[in-house]
Design a binder for this molecule. Sequence first.
Ligand code: B1M
Length: 210
Amino acid sequence: MTDFNAMTEALVSCDADKIARLVNEAIAEDAKPSDILNKGLIAGMDIVGEKMENGDMFIPEVLMAAQAMGSCVEILKPLLGEGEGMEGASVILGTVKGDLHDIGKNLVGMMMESAGMAVHNLGVDIPPEDFVAEIKSKNAQIVCLSALLTTTMPMMKKTVDAIIEAGLRDKVKVMIGGAPVTQSFADEIGADGFAADAGSAARLAKELVA
Ligand code: B1M
């Protein structure tokens, strides 16, 4: 029986070797990869977030926990697919300017790749003009914007506005996501859709280009 709490605790203590071992053991025990991710790792990151907010954990420790989580996500990558074909759809993905959070965005990219989409992951701190340039050069059908900070959410609107100004709005579907983002914010800024997590992002992408 997989002990997801042990995984959560190891992440909160930034014990990278222990978390990797627990994840590999859970896989060997046939635990569901989505349970490992949600009940073990994301649950741990939520506690890290609370501790950070309360001043019980500082940036270097949060970074260590984030790196440990990133390594575990790599272990889970081949197992997390949706598995259904969306071959050929070109997706631009990035965290908006001013924002350095990338774990959730990378999960979104993984789920989309495993559904067959060609994902161009631009990274973090991406200004609107870079999204516009990449939409053009990759002839993208979908652009996915991620933001984890309330202070960077307005950059999503600036990015949508830049896409409109470049005359590309009819050619590309805009999806947004990230912990503080909501469907009503998506409606407010004129995005085509909001996804609360990586799995639903991949499903929504399929619906939008169907
Ligand atoms: Co930051 N941070 N952080 N941080 N950090 C949060 C977001 C925070 C909530 C913590 C807290 O105070 N409780 C808080 C934001 C408060 C707010 O704005 N309301 C915060 C803060 C304040 C900050 C700094 C300002 C701290 C400081 O310097 N004083 C600073 C900002 C730096 C910057 O970006 N300019 C900062 C820095 C950092 C680190 C660099 C140390 C590190 C990031 C490392 C990295 O990403 N490589 C970090 C971390 C790790 C976090 C927490 C603890 C964890 C985030 C995470 O990875 N979650 C976070 C607290 C929390 O979220 N509980 C916090 C796990 C991940 C799987 O979930 O990213 O939500 P998430 O992604 C989900 C969905 O949101 C969705 O799917 C994903 C998978 O299911 N999704 C999308 C995400 N993007 C999507 C895009 C889509 C669709 C769905 O497109 C269509």
